[in-house]
Design a binder for this molecule. Structure first.
Ligand code: SF4
Ligand code: MSK
Length: 651
């Protein structure tokens, strides 16, 4: 790659510097591999390649008689719909399996097993118990935890057709009716995934609409799994509160033993964080000043939110953390971990440590996670990192001076505490009143990954800056939030630099009353991928306060650089929740006009939400702002009409 190509690959200066180093040592990074994949196959790009049976692949060539259908006769719309919903199934399986793992641990804690864990946030446990109908009065915490965890595990395999508990008890009444009327309310997360794989087997469902509805049902199972993962992670490890930290490759400290925590599941990573506090002396005995933990991807977000651990980098640049020569160990759990980390680690002293039975990388160290011995595993991992530190080669070190302050830790509870500083009686009205008054335009959620079809982090940053200037209140999760953290947008300084007058006044008003140790940031970091559930509780609270259903709330979502199947699942349930969802890539749905039309237009008629596919950040921002303007305008007109009607009725 040339200098100019580095600039096109990423907007992050720390990443560019490491890409130059990679070129010097002759290592091909993910950026080189993305380039080497061009040109992409157009059948795959548009979703009309079917590999569901071994007669395939069948590729649809519309104008070629015989090839305008698959060998079995499947039309383009069937193939595109099947391919799309199978991505949702993959995403839902990943998110919900993470949730199941957490719920099982809570159950074991309640049963007196898993002794390294405890119920940290019993207030949250009681709140969840009351919401889902588990009795609390006069009962021990462990009894309540047992019933809550059992209810969560029941959502995975319920055999009757009662709705999944977490969806049933968290969305608006209007959404519940909609999900039941359209037959997409799931009863069992695992059952709906299995049913969808059956539905999309050769020779089962060829109706694209029916297939899409099957996919939406699974996406709600995904939301259910995310929601219970968030709730029960808070119960186990504590509900996040505002915290100050740092982000980008400059957080790697040359004088410390550097351990990067990477993946998604906090069960082991939070244990590493807790155990590290007691092991600083072992690092000092090895000649370091101590242990320095930092995060990559959503495990990084989990430990940032709860323990203020710094962020090293996000998805696309995970290899470049190792390229600094400063990382002594990368501890990985599940999801979004590039297999290439291992081969790159061979060029350095870095140890790659896998921890989950379903997520191994050939040639890496494997410390199988076992909740009965979690603290012992965490200690062994840290000791290996300390040994690795002793082998660090000073000649291979490249320091980065890039790091930015981060203000994060905004669970829904923390956000409501901020609003309560202005209105303790009705905190959420602080946000909805500001929208009604036109001070802020609405709310945008930024979520999702990096996708090297575009420039790393560019869409994230450019869209957020433009939305800020247009007075949009913003929350973020996943690698989107990490992009903002790396670039300094999760700070009060960013408010000064980018917020429009309305947003600035709104944040200042809350900031002064809340009297936090740090200034409020431009974007509120709500957590990891599964913590998109927190954004749904924000949407639901807003809808209930405004007296409308979710499709009427000025609320949009954007995954400016989506990559994973999990992003497809999240985007799909946001659509069912009535939210316009921008994605910064063209999804492989264009091979069928019918399916593409359904997801980008017709979905709005049924659910109120729809996909906006726009890779250009300027146009993407304009479309998101137009969607917010439209909703804010309708909200005002409707409430004026209601007030007028009520006044004339009263006469
Ligand atoms: Fe071809 Fe039909 Fe098999 Fe798909 S399911 S690979 S379209 S024969
Ligand atoms: S880690 S799913 S790249 S957000 Fe959650 Fe980042 Fe996307 Fe993985």
């Amino acid at each position: 790659m040339s200098e100019m190509e580095f600039e096109k690959a990423t907007v992050d200066p720390a990443a560019r510097a490491m890409m130059v180093k990679a070129k010097k040592i002759g290592y091909l990074t993910t950026f080189d591999r993305a380039k080497a994949q061009e040109p992409r196959c157009n059948f795959g790009n548009t979703g009309i390649c079917c590999r569901i049976c071994m007669q395939g692949p069948c590729r649809i060539i519309p104008k070629k008689p015989g090839a305008n259908k698959g060998i079995c006769g499947a039309q383009d719309y069937t193939i595109v719909a099947r391919n799309t919903v199978r991505m949702i199934a993959g995403g839902a399986a990943a998110h919900s399996d993470h949730g199941r793992h957490i719920a099982t641990t809570v159950l074991h804690v309640a049963e007196g097993k898993a002794k390294d864990y405890k119920i940290t946030d019993s207030a949250k446990l009681l709140k969840v118990a009351e919401r889902i109908g588990v009795a609390t009065a006069g009962r021990q915490i462990n009894e309540i935890a047992h019933d809550v965890a059992t209810a969560a595990l029941n959502d995975f395999g319920r055999l009757d057709d009662a709705p999944c508990t977490w969806i049933e008890t968290t969305v608006t009444e209007g959404r519940k009716r909609k999900f039941k009327d359209t037959t997409i309310m799931p009863s069992s997360i695992n059952g709906s995934i299995a049913e969808l794989l059956h539905q999309t087997h050769i020779g089962v469902d060829s109706d694209p609409i029916n297939i899409i509805f099957g996919g939406l049902k699974v996406s709600l199972g995904d939301l259910d799994g995310e929601y219970l993962a968030t709730d029960l992670s808070d119960v186990l490890f504590g509900t996040p509160q505002p915290t100050v930290s740092e982000a980008n490759l400059g957080v790697l400290d040359p004088e410390m033993v550097n351990i990067c925590l990477h993946g998604h599941n906090p069960l082991l990573s939070q244990m590493v964080v807790d155990v590290a506090r007691e092991m600083q002396d072992e690092a000092k005995a090895a000649g370091a000043k101590g242990l320095k933990l930092s995060g990559i991807c959503c495990t990084g977000n989990e430990v940032l939110m709860r323990s203020g651990i710094s962020i090293a980098t996000n998805f696309a640049t995970q290899e470049l953390a190792i390229m600094t020569g400063l990382v002594d160990a990368v501890v990985v759990d599940v999801q979004c971990i590039m297999p290439s980390l291992r081969s790159l680690a061979e060029c350095f002293h870095t140890k790659i440590i896998t921890t989950m039975p379903i997520s191994k990388i050939p040639g890496s160290y494997h410390f199988e996670f076992d909740e009965e011995h979690a603290a012992a595993s965490a200690k062994a991992i840290i000791r290996l990192a300390i040994e690795s530190y002793k082998q660090r080669d000073p000649n291979k070190i490249s320091l980065s001076d890039q790091k930015n302050k981060v203000v994060a830790g905004f669970s829904m509870e923390a956000l409501l505490d901020l609003f309560a500083a202005v209105n303790p009686e009705n905190p959420i009205s602080v946000l909805t009143d500001a929208i009604k008054a036109g001070e802020i335009k609405g709310v945008a959620v930024f979520a999702g990954c990096n996708n090297l079809k575009g420039t790393h982090n560019e869409n994230h940053l450019e869209i957020a800056k433009r939305m800020a200037a247009a007075d949009v209140f913003m929350v973020g999760t996943g690698c989107a939030s990490q992009a903002y953290a790396m670039a300094g947008l999760l700070t009060g300084e960013a408010v000064e630099a980018y917020a429009g007058p309305g947003l600035k006044a709104f944040l200042k008003r809350i900031g002064v009353k809340a009297d936090l140790k740090a200034e409020l940031p431009l974007i509120f970091h709500m957590g990891s991928c599964v913590d998109n559930s927190r954004t749904i509780s924000l949407l639901t609270l807003m809808a209930n306060e405004l007296g409308v259903d979710t499709p009427e709330v000025p609320f949009v979502a954007s995954a400016p650089e989506p990559m994973s199947e999990k992003a497809v699942a999240i985007g799909s349930w946001f659509v069912s929740m009535g939210v316009p969802v921008h994605i910064g890539v063209i999804a492989p749905t264009t091979g069928s006009e019918l399916v593409h039309g359904v997801v980008t237009r017709i979905a709005e008629d049924v659910f109120g939400g729809y996909f906006i596919m726009e890779p250009d950040y300027r146009k993407g921002t304009d479309k998101l702002l137009a969607a917010l303007d439209d909703r804010a305008w309708k909200l005002r007109i409707r409430s004026e009409a209601r007030a007028k009607y009520a006044a004339s009725e009263a006469k």
